[in-house]
Design a protein around this ligand. Sequence first.
Ligand code: PAF
Length: 281
Amino acid sequence: MQLERRLIGVRAALRELRADSGTVALVPTMGALHKGHIALVARAREVADHVVASIFVNPTQFGEGEDFDSYPRTEEEDAAKLEAAGCNLLWAPRPEEVYPAGFSTTISLTGVTEGLCGASRPGHFDGVATVVAKLFNQIRPDYALFGEKDYQQLALIRRMARDLDFEIEIVGVPTVREADGLALSSRNAYLSAEERERAVALPDALAETATAILRGESSADAIIAAKAKLFEAGFATVDYIELRDAETLEPVETAERPARLLAAARIGKTRLIDNIAVEKG
Ligand code: PAF
């Protein structure tokens, strides 16, 4: 696996890969790779001939007081995992290759970015959209893969790709979970052993709520019960538990059309997010 840190180098490497012919899939990451990321690489290998992964801890998607400085940086281990997973090229740009001096452009979406994590993390999705658009232009992949774990992020990237005519197929990959159901996340590393045990209440509450909604119970009541369950399990705050349309992310009350139940809650100092499909049949 080739490693590039300069735009000029990654473009030359891509020219060589493409000379081999075939398609290119991009797996954008911020590193601290776990099995969820490796599932993205595995799927990328199925859809395309060449796989490029990026590692860049993007400062513009972290708000004030968030964990940009302490975000785990484990590039050597990450590179070994990517190579073992069959990745061909690692793009780990220097910050100035992404944000050159005087950088003044922001991509900002309405609609899908409103509410949910958009409400409690102002500016976060502008940072995500801007860096992903840059990565798309730098790598020009045929496919780009993102985890369903960050469902709102996936929805905004699909929207942006359509709106800005990126000729890239956006592929969503199902969330990878621990044996007890907790969604894999780089931030799980922040949990103490006790918090980790209690954290499973989040996927459990989502699964119970989804079942209740599909049984025809009121989504509002089911969500109130889910919040109570999280507080009982020791979660300090629940930012949101909401039922949204699976595609547009507009708020819905029933699952007449495919819907998604999304949640964010804090246990100790760690903010966890998760979501689950709520679909008939
Ligand atoms: O999901 C992530 O790891 C990041 O938000 C992404 C898509 C790599 C953009 O920095």
